[in-house]
Ligand binder design. Sequence first.
Ligand SMILES: [Zn+2]
Length: 201
Amino acid sequence: MSERYDNRFLDILGDFNFEVLENSKYSIYALSKNLKFIYFNPAWFDFADKNGFDKVASKNMILGTPFLKSIKGVRLRLYFYNNYKKVLKTGKAWHHDYECSSKTEFRFFHQTAYPLKNQEGILVIHTEMFKLPMDNMNREAFKAIEQRYLNADGQIIQCSNCRHTQRADKPEHWDWVPDWVEKLPFNHKLDICPTCEHLYL
Ligand SMILES: [Zn+2]
């Protein structure tokens, strides 16, 4: 495993307790002023492991790598960029709720981005609010049939948040396609569906 923090991080920790962050069961990372990774706690790596981040994604989880490289989809990149920059500018914490489900489990998280000392960086803590077996969610599962979802641009659109897939002939329908949650189709594009829109304003 590569290093998890650099000295810049310890310098701007302020009132946060390093031991507490290290031992937390929640995934935590910190970013520098220019939004590059300067810290990951051990739980972050466990989370990445368990959630099967692919090799490319894991490669971007390295100190000094721009945070935005780890985010898929233009929409989400812009959203996080704007809000993290706002934390740095205003010195006020920012909160964001999101879903991060797997094929078999419904999971809902809350992230808080705290300004670090002198607004020199931000600390981002992801707390799990709840999880339920997907079977309890009453989500109708659809088969991964390309013809049904491939749009005129040759792309399959999936919601970054709830991971539902947009139908090509009825774009207002977004279906739960478990196989594409487990593994994104090759020609996918990530967006935010209307149901999740309110979480990304
Ligand atoms: Zn959605």
